[in-house]
Design a protein around this ligand. Sequence first.
Ligand code: UD1
Ligand code: UDP
Length: 377
Amino acid sequence: MRPAFVFGTRPEIIKLAPVIRAFEERGVKPLLVHTGQHYDYEMSRVFLEELGLPEIDHHLEVGSGTQAEQTGTAMIKIERVLMDERPDVTIVQGDTNTVLAGALASVKLKIPVAHVEAGLRSFDRTMPEEINRVLADHASEVLFAPTEEAKKNLEREGITENVYVVGNTVVDAVLQNAELAERKSDVLERFGLRPGEYVLITAHRAENTDSRENLAKLVEILESLPMIGIYPMHPRTRNRLKEFGLWERVSSIGNLIVTKPLGYLDFLRLERNAFAIMTDSGGIQEEAIILNVPCLTLRYNTERPETIEAGGNVLVGLEKERAIGYLRKLMDDEEFYRRMASAPNPFGDGKAGERIAEILMGLYEEGKLKVKSSKFI
Ligand code: UD1
Ligand code: UDP
């Protein structure tokens, strides 16, 4: 069996690494296709190195662009590789433009698509990620839902065949790397931080960074932090802050450390030892609850509602009063802090990667890994 992995951004590399590893442990050598949606060293190669991934077979160097430019270029380049290589299945993960391009290019060549992290929905169609998720799920033959809730979302859209609830591979990634991070990373010492005494911040979503008005609201939150903050900043946010003339304000905040994006081991150690996390990232909302750190999400909705229901995450939007209010409550109310920090992890046991490899290899051996002509009949 020859599976192809198509990926291109930081979270896809992190969350697919356990699946790639599981195939390798079973004697299957996957084909690795990197679209190059992320291309800076600290957005891509650092993760390939730290997670010990094998050499990439095809670097497509798609780079940045508008939604259609990026997706279209990726589709054209992925199609060429898939036509030459004819893998048995194309595996994609998540909701990026790379995922949509990979899924569409593959299914049209009648190469079945397996979607890891299927069935997530924010129900907000103004987000590019929501469009990508819905379309990738409908183009997929095999759907790996992380939770029962995700499976229900798929059912509601008529997708009921070959749906497997396997947990989220982010748990595998965290469990495989958290101890290593604690031993190997010196991030706290480098930045002079003490465990439990800082808030870790990330924000990069289009809805938060592409308008000056929203980005200025984020800056107001940063200016009001009641404790030390550290913000490993996504290049998108850095570029927008400069473009909108907000960079000076951010760089002059006394109790805020702004750094380049960090490698996974440094970032995991920062997460694990943070007092709280403020983020608009999907993966970081998940990692926060896995690592027992309270999460305040800088968004008005989430496709990870399980974290809210479990009590480990609160949506604060870009509302300064609400965001800072919750941070202060966490600082002042020990019982509230304890409740948020001890919320149970809804994303499984860290064996999602193994399950995914087993299921796909089983389907392949039974001759069932095919694009069906009668999916909805
Ligand atoms: C993408 C995903 C988003 C995901 C994020 C993970 C889509 C629509 N969005 O957003 O869901 O959460 O990846 O981090 O696919 N840039 C660099 N260097 C890089 C990469 C990007 O400077 O290596 C800058 C460029 O100015 C680029 C901008 O960041 O235009 C945005 O990059 P892009 O890949 O389009 O979207 P992300 O914001 O990274
Ligand atoms: N991450 C990292 N370094 C950073 C910021 C994030 O290693 O400086 C990791 C983080 O641990 C998580 C993933 O990147 O596993 C999340 O990626 P991102 O927030 O870019 O994307 P999203 O999950 O929102 O799609």
